[in-house]
Design a protein around this ligand. Structure first.
Ligand code: ADP
Length: 197
């Protein structure tokens, strides 16, 4: 399996680039944001709790997200690999993911961060909000909170993967094709390294 963690701040292009990656590499996309929004829109009691957190730009508790990820991974164990998009977002989630993958004899192959500065993120998210209709994409103070949450709770996850020599950073600014080229180069390198081991 090729298991990719696509990482980066909100608005860095993880979802968009994931679509390109799926087409080329045939991996299974697992976006915790998408899974959580589906639950949120279901109108269930759990969905209402999730809505409050997402709409304020805060993280959903680890256990809630982990439950969803586990279900998805177990159901798709025959996939060529996974793209984890928006997960892990805390170091606890990263440790948990290592354990989950170990249970099926797998591991994270590469953690790839899309590097985009905060001003560009704010511009992109507000622009996306016009189309996405997402409440958390349309309010500047919520967007600022999401970026702050990223720096405080999520960015430290980089250290976790750097310590395993799995971390690569890619410039996320430029045309979609250019960014995708950079991603492919990083993925192909990681695949060759794995084959050589
Ligand atoms: P973006 O990358 O633009 O922030 P996502 O769709 O990945 O968008 O996430 C939207 C929201 O869903 C986050 O702000 C957070 O509230 C929640 N969320 C997504 N993934 C996780 C996660 N792994 N842990 C906790 N909360 C999450």
């Amino acid at each position: 399996m090729f298991n990719l963690v696509i990482f980066g701040p909100p608005g860095s292009g993880k979802g968009t680039q994931s679509e390109y990656i799926i087409k080329k590499y045939g991996l299974m996309h697992l976006s915790t944001g998408d899974l959580l929004r589906a639950e949120k829109n279901s109108g269930s009691e759990l969905g209402n709790r999730i809505k409050e957190l997402i709409d304020a730009g805060n993280l959903v508790p680890d256990e809630m997200v982990e439950e969803m990820v586990k279900k998805h991974v177990m159901l798709n164990r025959n996939a060529a690999g996974f793209i984890f998009d928006g997960f892990p977002r805390t170091t606890a989630q990263a440790e948990w993911l290592d354990n989950l993958l170990a249970c099926i004899g797998e591991s994270v192959t590469l953690m790839l961060t899309l590097d985009v500065d905060d001003d560009e993120l704010r511009t992109r998210i507000l622009e996306r909000g016009k189309i996405s209709g997402r409440a958390d994409d349309q309010n500047v103070s919520i967007i600022n909170n999401r970026i702050a949450v990223y720096h405080k709770q999520t960015q430290p996850v980089i250290n976790f993967y750097a310590a395993q020599d799995k971390y690569v950073s890619v410039n996320g600014v430029g045309s979609l094709d250019k960014v995708f080229d950079r991603i492919c180069r990083a993925m192909d390198n990681a695949q060759q390294l794995e084959l050589a081991m």
